[in-house]
Design a protein around this ligand. Sequence first.
Ligand SMILES: Cc1cc2nc3c(=O)[nH]c(=O)nc-3n(C[C@H](O)[C@H](O)[C@H](O)COP(=O)(O)OP(=O)(O)OC[C@H]3O[C@@H](n4cnc5c(N)ncnc54)[C@H](O)[C@@H]3O)c2cc1C
Length: 394
Amino acid sequence: MDRDNSALALEAMLDLDHPIKTDAADFARSRLTNPGTDAFDADRWAAAAEYGIQGLMIPTEYGGAGKSAVEGALTFEGLGAGCADNGFIFALAAQSFAMQRALITAGNDEQRSRWLTRLAAGTAIGSFAMSEPDAGSDTGAIATTATATDDGFVLDGTKAWVTLAPVADVIVVFATTDPSKGHWGINAFIVETERSGVEIGPVQTKMGINTCPFSEVTFADCAVTTDDLLGNPGAGGAIFTSAVEAERAFLYAAQMGSMERVMNLTIERARSRRAYGQPIGGFQAISHKIADMKLRHESARLLIYKAAELYDRGDGMTMAGALAKLQTSEMAVQSALDAMRVFGAEGYTTDAPVEAELRDAIAGLTYSGTSEIARNLIARMMRVDRPRPKRPAS
Ligand SMILES: Cc1cc2nc3c(=O)[nH]c(=O)nc-3n(C[C@H](O)[C@H](O)[C@H](O)COP(=O)(O)OP(=O)(O)OC[C@H]3O[C@@H](n4cnc5c(N)ncnc54)[C@H](O)[C@@H]3O)c2cc1C
């Protein structure tokens, strides 16, 4: 066990103003604030790469900083706390925690050297494509096929809601060589978006996080070679599960940071808005909402840093990650809704910052797997559907 990292995890849990977090928050405030556009912003992507965000957890031999998951979570907490453009921070986190994880854990040296260095430098953008129009939660039912040829495979099928696809250079894509095998028939490939047979659909409009575009990606008679296969044949399901497990735990660090920003906005409003001759923060109905926001934020933090520390130790963190995802995403929505209530009618207008926070937070209930799927996972791990194990006779 790395004692320095464990000490850092403890510091992260106890110190709400850890310097790694506050430094990232200052950077995000000054360099990543949205200049007022819904379009993907390549200049801010380059600024983030210069600060080291995209390369944060990429090993040093591939141009990254090789930081631990705890440091990654602290940095993303800071980005979420410092920058109100939740879409842009989500885009950075989506690439860092699912796409890059798949490449780091399953890629061979050639694949890593080719892509990780460019991803870390911000000169390439990566996507991760599993979901399909007819298969989201049920990943074993994907219909995109990889048909074996003499020197590789041909990919055919359509992926849906692929984060960053409209601006991506490379995609980790999952396809089945045998639909009857479900999860065990899935293979992972790394494919450039410029390759013949890859078509990126138009940007799909959505409710929030609009500065992070997503779209469909269609593969039509797209030839790939065995050099494009990520990991061993048939390992795609396991690669997906392990990448999403990491994503589930750490991507939400940014949303957890945004909960603190929303809470602080709400405190300011409670202090400055007056009714019946006093600040509205003097009404218990308002102050208790803010106390609940505090509890939600701090409990999400503890779960995220627990998951990050378990991940860094190499211990199982499936349960911790699912709890962290569930708590953060559900509580971020509750807190954004409470913020709207405290802001009154102004909170419902697009002039005030809180309506966008609510629309952005709602996305977290679905990406990286829905809350229902997280609850299924938690309940399955607790074996609540099995009889109590019999005690061995003493
Ligand atoms: C902002 C955003 C970004 C995304 N980015 C990506 C991306 O980059 N790459 C990618 O591959 N996908 C991405 N997705 C897709 C996401 O992974 C899926 O939306 C998610 O897995 C759910 O799939 P679905 O939308 O098809 O819902 P469905 O699977 O159709 O589920 C519909 C409803 O049924 C419930 N349900 C389904 N099965 C069960 C069950 N067994 N038990 C209980 N309830 C169940 C679900 O919880 C949900 O409430 C993104 C989605 C969003 C919103």
